[in-house]
Design a protein around this ligand. Structure first.
Ligand code: ZN
Ligand code: ZN
Length: 328
């Protein structure tokens, strides 16, 4: 299984500002003056290698596109959520068999908020006859919602009618389903306004969990009938859990009705579930990279200090960044 992040931001697209870009250039040049005096500034390759040594917060952005994650399982291509990250993914796919009308992908929609569907009208492969898309969701009206966002008078011209790809909608049941030979998909209802659903994909002895947009029981209140247990089971032994960490722990408790969570809660659940990695995801649109780096640092420290039956298997906490790829 190979995972690639195309959109990692929650709620709405959040591109970097000119001031942020200027500040990063200024900081990079300052560091060059401090420690890069031997660098050959006439050689682009040498400069690129030096840039690669800079921290992410100087040389790149975490990402401003809304949720879209690609999962490749052998020849099967799965896409989780259709946020604005779907547009650059579609552009890349056009250079492959999708540009010739010979592509096939499985699309999974967690729920119908704008940030999870707004990339669909800009997904070029959907306009190419011969491509096939199987769209899966638990919401029975998901297909109507996709269509409604781009029918007149809201989205001229008739972008919906121009979509010539062969698209099939599948309303998923509560029970696990096999979408293709050896690829099992399970879903779980998440606490979120109008409900969202998490997806668990098992194939080739690997497990991928996508759990965007959800609030969870507070860590430590799981005595008696443990309300967190169903999530722990859903995350069990996962190779990666992509987790809604929009808020800090305090914010997640203050704004519980918003239906988002924090990396600390994710670490608690994933550690109990014996998951290998937790990818922080659905970043707050107002969160700076400095704030995200801080949240990553404290959640990684928290994970490293959790009591565990096998400390060498402490959960790895990652920051989902646009363009990041992980082989599971
Ligand atoms: Zn969202
Ligand atoms: Zn949402």
């Amino acid at each position: 299984m190979r995972v690639k992040f195309w959109g990692v931001r929650g709620s709405l697209p959040s591109p970097p500002t000119s001031d942020e870009i200027s500040a990063r250039l200024t900081e990079a040049l300052f560091r060059l003056g401090q420690d890069g005096s031997s660098l050959d500034l006439s050689d682009r390759a040498s400069i690129a290698r030096w840039v690669d040594t800079l921290p992410h917060s100087i040389r790149s952005f975490t990402g401003g596109n809304t949720p879209c994650v690609e999962l490749q399982i052998g020849d099967y291509r799965c896409i989780f959520d259709l946020g604005s990250g779907l547009r650059p993914l579609g552009d890349e796919l056009m250079a492959e068999e999708f540009g010739r009308g010979e592509g096939h992908a499985h699309l999974f929609l967690s729920h119908l908020h704008w940030d999870h569907i707004q990339g669909w009208p800009f997904f070029k492969p959907a306009y190419i006859a011969g491509n096939r898309f199987d769209l899966y969701a638990r919401h029975p009206h998901a297909w109507d919602r996709l269509r409604d966002q781009q029918t007149e008078p809201y989205f001229p011209p008739d972008a919906w009618g121009d979509m010539k790809a062969d698209t099939h909608f599948h309303c998923l049941p509560c029970e696990p389903v096999e979408i293709a030979r050896g690829i099992k998909v399970s879903t779980l209802e998440l606490e979120h306004p109008s409900l969202a659903y998490g997806f668990r994909v098992e194939a080739n002895d690997k497990t991928f969990v996508y759990a965007s947009d959800g609030a969870y029981p507070t860590p430590g209140n799981g005595s008696g009938s443990d309300p967190a247990q169903k999530f722990v089971r859903f995350f069990e032994d996962a190779d990666i859990v992509i987790f809604d960490s929009q808020f800090s722990l305090a914010e997640s408790m203050e704004k519980r009705a918003w239906g988002h969570s924090s990396a600390i809660v994710g670490v608690e659940l994933a550690a109990r579930a014996n998951a290998k990695r937790l990818a922080m995801f659905h970043h707050d649109p107002s969160a700076s990279d400095a704030k995200l780096d801080h949240l990553l640092r404290i959640s990684s420290e928290y994970a490293a200090n959790l009591p565990s039956p096998s400390p060498q298997n402490a959960i790895e906490v990652l920051m989902a960044r646009e363009g990041m790829e992980i082989e599971l």
